[in-house]
Design a protein around this ligand. Structure first.
Ligand SMILES: Cc1cc2nc3c(=O)[nH]c(=O)nc-3n(C[C@H](O)[C@H](O)[C@H](O)COP(=O)(O)OP(=O)(O)OC[C@H]3O[C@@H](n4cnc5c(N)ncnc54)[C@H](O)[C@@H]3O)c2cc1C
Ligand SMILES: NC(=O)c1ccc[n+]([C@@H]2O[C@H](COP(=O)([O-])OP(=O)(O)OC[C@H]3O[C@@H](n4cnc5c(N)ncnc54)[C@H](O)[C@@H]3O)[C@@H](O)[C@H]2O)c1
Length: 452
């Protein structure tokens, strides 16, 4: 039996970080991947194709809605075949960085297949059993599809099929108003579909700061139709249309659409690994339970990324990968911290989030000072004619930044300054004390910090 210092199961965002990190430290590494290509969901059916689709949608929307105001008349329909080509070109360009060759050149052995655990140190792929001193599970997640009468028969899309489509549905129903649902619903609407979102909760973007949420929902409502507090009860096909019966407060609404996109959350890829046989603890949905060191209840086995259900983002899978390498290879007692993790929702305008919201602070009874500036008061946004949105910074009484939020064009990029400030323990005042070349978008941060 071939013996390794580290076996990594899953060649996506988390697994590839572990494989390259462990190998660079001199560990003998085996990487097990069930799919044909390395790169995982983020590259193939997640972040990369969705951001490429969103950009294509922005381009066409701006041409139709902004350029026309300058007297340039744009007409015609978007060709989904061209959109698909563009999306796939982004994926295949980035795929080169995650090629087998790159990892083989690092001295990593790649095994292809959907394997299973045979003990806390051994893993079987097809007929080959390998030994790992440490084993890291990074198998990610897949779309959850709810049991709805007639849905299977009528057919539906998920993020695993949407990016392969060559025809734009005239009417699209998006099931689920989470980040996937909202980003893709807005993009599809901007490409030309009439989009309705059905969300079971009574609000959208409920993890966002209430001021940001209100501003973002207002924009989204101007482009999409929402049914909140609503549930799809039944789907049937009539004359090439999918008839969707939506229950909203006991009232039945009938919608006729051409396609349905299911985006109601994710299921961890833990079920085929035979984890129960070796006694690994999971929650009721199948997320693998870990401690702060990302170690499961079996000390030789770690779980990172979407499969542990903590924070399902690519950058978190990467950070968890780095933490797991330090613990599993170097034997450090490194704990993963989640309180300084930012995220971005790539609607247009974008939503940026780090730390506490105003509601979090109230709930936790943490006294905060709040500094807020509408982008309509920041010159560059005014010059761009893209001044919807705001910046909001929350600090403690000593000026320490405990939360920062923004809704605005490109906010995911220019708010990164605040991630740096928080990581380096800078106070809000420090954000005023540097030069912002006029008139950049990041000056929105300076204007907000100047209020301190
Ligand atoms: C539409 C969409 C958009 C997204 N956009 C963003 C975004 O903008 N920013 C962001 O941070 N996050 C985004 N995410 C989330 C992000 O994709 C995930 O958080 C990230 O991919 C998780 O990384 P991972 O390593 O846990 O899993 P993955 O990257 O999915 O990797 C898991 C790998 O394990 C393999 N595998 C699965 N089971 C087995 C098995 N039994 N044996 C061997 N191999 C196996 C899979 O084939 C895959 O290659 C998005 C997700 C979706 C669906
Ligand atoms: N920009 C980003 O970083 C980004 C983008 C997309 C996805 N992601 C990651 O992927 C994860 C999964 O995203 P998601 O949007 O699929 O899941 P989610 O769990 O965040 O949202 C799913 C939404 O669907 C609703 N829902 C559940 N069942 C429903 C039903 N039967 N009918 C109607 N609505 C229903 C939920 O109330 C929820 O609002 C996210 O948590 C996020 O971390 C990140």
């Amino acid at each position: 039996m071939e013996k390794y210092d580290v076996i990594v199961i899953g060649g996506g965002a988390g697994g590839l970080t572990v494989a390259s990190g462990a190998s660079s430290l001199g560990a003998k590494v085996a990487l097990v991947e069930k799919g044909q290509y390395l790169g995982g969901d983020c590259l193939h059916v997640g972040c990369v194709p969705s951001k490429a689709l969103i950009q294509a949608a922005k381009d066409s929307y701006r041409a139709k809605n902004k350029a026309t105001k300058l007297g340039l008349h744009v007409s015609g329909e978007v060709d989904m075949k061209e959109v698909k080509k563009r999306v796939q070109a982004s994926v295949s360009t980035i795929q080169k960085q995650d090629s087998d060759e790159r990892f083989l050149n690092m001295g990593i052995d790649i095994y292809r297949g959907n394997g299973k655990f045979t003990s806390e140190n051994t893993f079987m792929i097809k007929d080959t059993e390998i030994y790992g001193k440490r084993i890291i599970i990074a198998t990610g997640s897949r779309p959850f599809v709810p049991k709805i009468e007639g849905l299977e028969e009528a057919g539906y899309w998920t993020n695993e099929t949407l990016f392969q489509q060559e025809v734009l549905p005239k009417e699209l129903l998006v099931l689920g108003g989470g980040p996937i649902g909202l980003e893709l619903a807005q993009a599809m609407a901007r490409l030309g579909s009439v989009v309705t979102v059905v969300e079971q909760k009574d609000s959208l973007l409920s993890t966002e700061d209430a001021t940001i949420q209100k501003a973002a929902v207002k924009v989204l409502e101007s482009e999409l139709t929402f049914y909140l507090n609503a549930e799809v009860k039944k789907v049937e096909v009539q004359n090439d249309k999918k008839i969707v019966i939506v229950d909203k407060n006991g009232q039945q609404i009938k919608l006729a659409v051409d396609e349905i996109l299911v985006a109601v959350g994710r299921l961890p890829n833990s079920d085929s690994l035979q984890l129960e046989k070796i006694g690994i603890e999971m929650d009721e949905r199948g997320h693998i339970l870990t401690n702060e060191k990302l170690q499961t209840n079996l000390s030789t086995i770690y779980a990172i990324g979407d499969v542990n259900g903590k924070f399902p983002f690519t950058h978190v899978a990467g950070e968890e990968g780095k933490t797991a390498v330090q613990n599993a290879v170097l034997g450090f007692p490194k704990k993963m911290k989640y309180d300084q993790i930012p995220w971005i929702i790539y609607t247009d305008p974008e939503i940026f989030h780090i730390g506490l919201t105003e509601q979090d602070a109230k709930e936790k009874r943490i006294a905060v000072s709040i500094y807020e500036i509408p982008l309509a008061e920041v010159d560059r946004f005014v010059a761009d004619h893209e001044d919807r949105g705001l910046v909001k910074i929350l600090t403690n009484s000593k000026g320490k930044i405990v939360g920062a939020h923004a809704f605005g064009k490109g906010a995911g990029d220019w708010m990164q300054t605040i991630v740096f400030a928080i990581a380096q323990n800078h106070k809000i005042g420090d954000l005023s004390q540097m030069v912002y070349p006029y008139p950049n978008h990041a000056a929105a941060i300076q204007r907000t910090a100047d209020l301190y």
